[in-house]
Design a protein around this ligand. Structure first.
Ligand code: 5AD
Ligand code: SF4
Length: 451
């Protein structure tokens, strides 16, 4: 029997995409993939290091996996992803349950590394120091997280070095994927029946391939704008992209969306704070006003574009006054939703040296206050969808009610509605009849009245 591998994924979409890539390579090399650590010969934890708590989870999880099978000497446990890249050898020092450490830049070498452990080598480690362009990005449809929606990494790493963020260290410098590879992947997914792709990267709008061959015939203010138009021209029914970085967010992105119906109505543009003083300490490279100008442009679009953001509360030195400015900005931007994070000190980042980290109680109360302000705007926005018809890609049966289907609108809202399973994978029109806090509920309608 083929050895079975279980990959458990933590963190962002990039990690999901890496796990899909790892699974593809492993299956090609003769391994089977399975859905549970309990029946696996090899357990791989694809880790996230963006916050301290996520990092601690790795050790807890290794303990659980080992404790479930205390006498199984053949069970192999590997750590891959951002924690692996950052911690390297120290993972072996901190836990005796690890056989292998595989950094973010060595994902495509997993089969060789696993082989080395199986041959008896101890503490196998690869943090992959190779050059750009040598990695295998190939992903088999079998390994995709959904048969309808696919993640396509277009840029890896980050050059922005925001003072709080570990990503430039865990994922390295920005590397853009060649245009031809991206377009080929979209076309392949199209022929397989995929209805939606997400172009993903830490900063998609910083996309800057070494060679632009394949983009010449597409207009656009930046390579990313040209790429958006090129991907739209493939005819893929729905295209989303995340995450955008405010400083590099060119207004032409909005124009590209307006010109192409298959570029979806959703922009994720993290602001992190509403205070110029804090933004400067965060080294974000944008001010509150720069950000608001971009938001104004997005809000003035002829298409109704949903807007989401990330915000950190309790950044070192954040005063009540700074926080009030964040609350004020959130009210002003009327986000469709936001992700709120309590600041987490990451060793090795410049912010880790800053004094005056907010006490837990302050952090918690700011988190709750911001959440409540957002809930208020969100209520209004979600309510405003009642009576409108949205185009929804049906992704699966709802886990809550057997008679309901669930999918996403082009404005990236979760939409539930009663319907039969054969609609899975179809794009349908749903009339919204009810708004909940984080989702919409509706009923199927005919194709005529799309909003
Ligand atoms: N502490 C808290 N939140 C963080 N993020 C990144 N680094 C940290 C940190 N050290 C958040 C940012 C980013 C999102 C992916 O994670 O808001 O946009
Ligand atoms: Fe981190 Fe800033 Fe890069 Fe985003 S832009 S990944 S927050 S360093």
């Amino acid at each position: 029997m083929k050895p079975r591998v279980y990959i458990e994924t933590f963190g962002c979409q990039m990690n999901v995409a890496d796990s899909e890539r790892a699974a593809t390579g492993l299956r090609e090399s003769g391994y089977d993939l399975c859905d549970s650590a309990d029946i696996a010969d090899i357990v791989l934890l694809n880790t996230c290091s963006v916050r301290e708590r996520a990092e601690h989870k790795v050790y807890t999880r290794i303990g659980e996996v080992r404790a479930a099978r205390p006498n199984d000497r053949n069970l192999m446990v590997g750590v891959m992803g951002c924690v692996a890249q950052l911690e390297g050898e120290t993972l072996f020092d901190n836990s005796s349950g690890i056989d292998m450490v595989v950094g973010t830049r060595a994902t495509d070498r997993l089969p060789v590394l696993i082989e080395r452990v199986r041959e008896g080598e101890k503490k196998v480690i690869d943090l992959g120091e190779r050059d750009e362009g040598q990695e295998a990005w190939n992903v088999s449809p079998v390994e995709r997280h959904s048969p309808h929606v696919a993640f396509i990494p277009i840029i890896e790493g980050c050059n922005k070095f925001c003072s709080f963020c570990i990503v430039p260290y865990s994922r390295g410098r920005e590397r853009s994927r060649p245009v031809s590879e991206i377009i080929d992947e979209v076309n392949k997914l199209l022929s397989l029946g995929y209805k939606e792709v997400h172009l993903i990267g830490q900063n998609v709008n910083s996309y800057r391939p070494r060679i632009e061959a394949g983009l010449e015939q597409f207009p656009g203010a930046t390579p990313f704008c040209r790429l958006l138009r090129a991907v739209a021209a493939t005819g893929m029914p729905r295209i989303k992209f995340t995450t955008s970085f405010p400083r590099d967010f060119h207004p032409d992105i909005v124009t590209a969306i307006e010109e192409n119906p298959n570029l979806c109505n959703w922009i994720h543009l993290p602001v992190q704070s509403g205070s110029d003083r804090v933004l400067k300490l965060m080294r974000r490279g944008h001010k509150r006003d720069d950000y608001l100008k971009r938001i104004e442009h997005i809000k003035n679009s002829s298409r109704r574009l949903a807007l989401t953001s990330d915000i950190i509360v309790g950044f070192p030195g954040e005063t009540d006054e700074d926080f009030q400015q964040t609350l004020d900005l959130v009210r002003q931007c009327e986000y469709d939703s936001i992700y709120i994070f309590k600041y987490s000190k990451r060793a090795g980042t410049p912010a880790a040296k800053l004094p005056d980290t907010a006490p837990d109680a302050v952090m918690k109360s700011r988190f709750l206050e911001l959440e409540s302000v957002q809930k208020h705007s969100q209520r209004r926005i979600y309510d405003s969808y009642v009576g409108r018809t949205l185009s929804v890609l049906v992704e699966r049966n709802s886990s809550r009610s057997h008679n309901d289907l669930v999918g996403h609108s082009t404005c990236h809202k979760v939409v539930n509605f009663p319907g039969e399973s054969h609609l899975e994978g179809e794009i349908v029109d749903v009339l919204v009849t009810q708004a909940k806090t984080n989702s919409l509920y509706g009923k199927l309608v005919n194709r005529s009245s799309v909003a």
